[in-house]
Design a protein around this ligand. Structure first.
Ligand SMILES: [Zn+2]
Ligand SMILES: [Zn+2]
Length: 257
């Protein structure tokens, strides 16, 4: 299994519109972050997680012309806004994209992009993005079992992804007990840590680095990759402060499991 981080950024990307870098040093390319998206390649098939506004550029930059399955973790803009390009991509990329999402996310997508979906009865949308509503559990993908696990993110209930000893936990501020059990003892945990070393306020729907370190005292993943990084995070400065086994994600990062 090969994992590629297409986008490692928080909801606004870095730099955010207006060339605003926050605490991230503009001279380090690892601080240039597009909206969160992950590609998992299993037995030469591509499982894509989320399509934010940067979807089109990510596909072109990495020369990805085929997606075999797609997971929408949740319905926030930074994870779904590229959907109109997904429809075009499906058209030229060859056939149907099996798309997993919860009823909650499906409701948000069809509401937000009603112009795309209103015309489906006489047009192509559902043909190329084949929606499979799922609230968690196991699906088969390219000869492996992929597990989708619920987490809490404010008033939304995103799906995390697990395959063998790798898991990806998207935006969250709480992990239910039954999901925690399924995340124990991983080789690699890729996890949202939006707030960096800024302590997350009690009202935020994201977590900070301290909270992820504490979480991994229970989960005991061998390697933790911190992802969905906001402009509070400077790659070089902050990675140097992390304990052994923790690293920061960056756009284009690749690893095999
Ligand atoms: Zn997000
Ligand atoms: Zn979110």
């Amino acid at each position: 299994m090969k994992v590629k981080i297409l986008g490692s950024g928080g909801s606004k990307g870095i730099p955010q519109a207006g060339n605003f870098w926050g605490e991230a040093n503009p001279s380090n390319n690892k601080n240039r972050r597009t909206r969160c998206s992950i590609l998992v390649e299993i037995n030469s098939k591509n499982f894509l997680i989320d399509t934010g506004l940067d979807f089109r550029n990510q596909m072109n930059l990495h020369n990805i012309s085929k997606v075999d399955a797609l997971l929408y973790t949740h319905g926030h803009s930074d994870h779904i806004d590229g959907i109109s390009d997904v429809l075009e991509f499906g058209l030229d990329g060859g056939g149907e994209i099996k798309t997993y999402l919860t009823k909650e996310t499906h409701g948000i997508i069809t509401h937000r992009f009603s112009d795309l979906f209103d015309s489906i009865k006489n047009f192509r949308t559902y043909h190329f993005v084949n929606f499979n509503l799922i609230e968690g559990g196991k699906v088969d993908f390219s000869g492996k079992e992929v597990e989708l696990l619920k987490v809490k993110h404010g008033n939304l209930n995103p799906l995390a992804f697990r395959c063998e000893n790798f898991a990806y936990v998207p935006d969250f501020n709480e992990i239910p007990e039954e999901t925690l059990k399924r995340l124990e003892g991983l080789d690699v945990l890729l996890i949202n840590a939006n707030e960096g070393f800024h302590k997350a306020s009690p009202t935020t729907t994201h977590r900070d680095f301290y909270q992820i370190m504490e979480l991994n005292e229970c989960l005991k993943a061998k390697k933790v990759i911190l992802n969905h990084l906001s402009n509070y995070v400077d790659h070089e400065r902050d990675e140097a402060k992390l304990p052994e086994g923790f690293v920061l994600a960056y756009d284009g990062m690749e690893f095999e499991i």
